[in-house]
Design a protein around this ligand. Structure first.
Ligand SMILES: [Zn+2]
Length: 429
C-alpha cells in the first residue's frame, strides 16, 4: 500500500483555550522545539528535535505493543532495494514519478523504497507456508520515500521520508473478516488512548468500473467481509463506490483536524495483486497450493502525520505520557537549587521525564515559561519545602495548585497517569 500525503477532541485541560487561533503544527512545532528543518538537509526532511523525538518514541512504543497484541511478528527490512524488486511489485511501473531516481552501484541499480509491502512479501516467501501457519502477520515501523518537489513541502504533513506504522497480514480468503476486525479493534484502542475522534469509516468498493484485478466472486466476498467486520463491531460506515484501489477494497479511518479538514489516518486494505506478482502460496488442508490474501494494516499511520495531528489536537498540551517534560522542578531561589536537583533526580530514577530549571528569573516568570511549554506538572521547592520531609508545592497545567505534596505521592500519581496513558492529570481529591 502507499500512503497518500494530505490535510476531535478539545485539549484535555479545560483551562486551556480551545484553539483560540487555529493550532498550526508547524508554528507549534517551532515554538515547542519539536522538529526543525535545515536547508542543508532539504525541505520535507524534518529533523526531530529531542522533545519531538520523545513524542515519536512513545508512539512507536505504542505501535510495537499493539503489533504484539494483534499477533504480529516484527521484522526489519532495508529502506532500499534493487530496481527489479519494484518492477516485480508493480511500484516502478505505476509510481516511478514519485520515487527518487535510481542509484547506480556497479552494474546494479537501487531505489529508495516507496513502500515496504514488497519486502514483506519476500519475508513471507522465505519459507514454505501451510494453512496451519496462517495468518502470518509481519509488522515494521519503517521509512519509505517520496520524491516530492520542494515547493509543496511543509512541516510534518508533506515529507519526503515517511515513517509508517505498517503491518502486512497474509491469510486465507476465509480469514479476512477476522483479520479486519483485529485491525479495527486495534485502531479503536489506539484512538481512544490518543484522544482522537473518528469522523467516519469509509469502505471503498470496486463499484461498476473496470481495470480491477481479480474476479467478481473474489471482490464480492472480500467486500462482504470488510462490511461485516465493521458491522459486527457496531461501526457505521459509508460506502465509496468505485474508490477501491485496482488491487482490492479498503477501509479508511477518517479524522478531522481542528481546522475542520478531513484526512485519512489509518487504513486497512486488501491486496490481491502482490500475492500474485510474487507467486505467494500456502499449502491448504486439501494438500493443494493456494494464494493467500495480503492485508495492509496501517493502524497508527505515518509518524509524521499522526504527530502533526496530535500537536494540533492538543494545541501542544499533550497528555502526561506524551509530554516531553512531565515534571519541571523549580527552586524558588538559588539556595533551593540543591534540593530541587535532588527531587528531579528522584523523579528520573522513578522513570519519569523530569527537568530542573535554575533560579535565573522570578518564580512567576519561570512558571509562565513552563506554562508556555505546556508542561503538565511544575513542582516548586522553596525554604518551606526544603525542610527535609520532601514535599513540593505543585502547580498543574490545568491551573490547580496543591501545597505540601509529598514527593512520594507526586511520583506515584504521575507514574500512574503515565502508565495508564491517561488523558487527565490525576491528583483528583
Ligand atoms: Zn503495505
Amino acid at each position: 500500500m502507499r500512503t497518500q500525503q494530505p490535510p476531535a477532541r478539545p485539549p484535555s485541560d479545560p483551562s486551556l483555550p480551545a484553539h483560540p487561533t487555529l493550532a498550526d503544527h508547524r508554528r507549534l512545532g517551532r515554538e515547542l522545539r519539536l522538529f526543525d528543518t535545515d536547508p542543508l538537509v532539504g525541505a520535507g526532511l524534518p529533523l526531530w528535535l529531542p522533545d519531538g523525538a520523545v513524542i515519536r518514541a512513545e508512539i512507536e512504543r505504542l505501535a510495537a505493543e499493539e503489533a504484539i497484541r494483534g499477533g504480529c511478528q516484527r521484522v526489519y527490512t532495508p529502506v532500499l532495494a534493487k530496481r527489479e524488486l519494484y518492477e516485480r511489485s508493480g511500484h516502478w511501473a505505476k509510481f516511478a514519478d514519485d520515487m527518487f531516481p535510481p542509484m547506480k552501484v556497479g552494474e546494479e541499480e537501487f531505489l529508495l523504497r516507496p513502500a515496504n509491502c514488497p519486502h514483506h512479501a519476500l519475508v513471507y516467501a522465505s519459507e514454505q507456508r501451510s494453512f496451519r501457519d496462517l495468518p502470518v502477520r509481519l509488522a515494521e515501523l519503517g521509512a519509505m520515500f517520496r520524491s516530492e518537489l520542494s515547493g509543496v513541502l511543509g512541516g510534518l504533513s508533506r515529507v519526503r521520508q515517511i515513517n509508517l506504522d505498517d503491518a502486512h497480514v497474509f491469510c486465507a480468503p476465509e480469514q479476512v473478516q477476522g483479520e479486519i476486525a483485529l485491525a479495527l479493534e486495534s485502531v479503536l484502542r489506539c484512538y481512544r488512548l490518543l484522544g482522537i475522534d473518528i469522523t467516519r469509516f469509509r469502505l471503498s468498493r470496486r463499484g461498476g468500473g473496470d481495470g480491477f484485478l481479480g474476479g467478481d466472486g473474489r471482490w464480492a466476498e472480500a467486500e462482504r467481509q470488510l462490511g461485516a467486520a465493521l458491522a459486527d463491531l457496531g461501526l457505521g460506515y459509508e460506502e465509496a463506490e468505485g474508490e477501491a484501489a485496482f488491487y482490492g477494497p479498503k477501509i479508511d479511518v477518517q479524522v478531522t483536524d481542528p481546522a475542520g479538514r478531513e484526512e485519512t489516518l489509518s487504513t486497512v486494505q486488501l491486496d490481491f495483486n502482490q500475492p500474485e506478482r510474487f507467486g505467494l502460496r500456502y499449502v491448504g488442508s486439501d494438500g493443494g497450493r493456494h494464494q493467500p490474501v495480503m492485508i495492509h494494516r496501517g493502524v497508527l499511520s505515518a509518524m509524521e502525520r499522526l504527530v502533526a495531528h496530535l500537536i494540533e489536537l492538543y494545541d501542544g498540551a499533550f497528555p502526561p505520557w506524551l509530554s516531553p517534560v512531565q515534571v519541571l522542578v523549580l527552586p524558588v531561589a538559588d539556595q533551593n537549587a540543591e534540593p530541587a536537583r535532588h527531587v528531579a533526580g528522584h523523579l528520573r530514577a522513578a522513570g519519569l521525564r523530569a527537568d530542573c530549571d535554575p533560579a535565573d528569573a522570578t518564580l512567576g516568570a519561570r512558571i509562565r515559561r513552563a506554562r508556555g511549554r505546556r508542561i503538565p506538572y511544575v513542582a516548586v521547592i522553596g525554604d518551606r519545602e526544603a525542610g527535609g520531609d520532601s514535599r513540593v508545592a505543585l502547580r498543574l497545567r490545568d491551573g490547580r495548585q496543591l501545597d505540601g505534596v509529598p514527593v512520594a505521592r507526586l511520583i506515584s500519581e504521575v507514574s500512574r497517569q503515565v502508565t495508564d496513558r491517561s488523558a487527565g492529570l490525576g491528583f483528583d481529591a
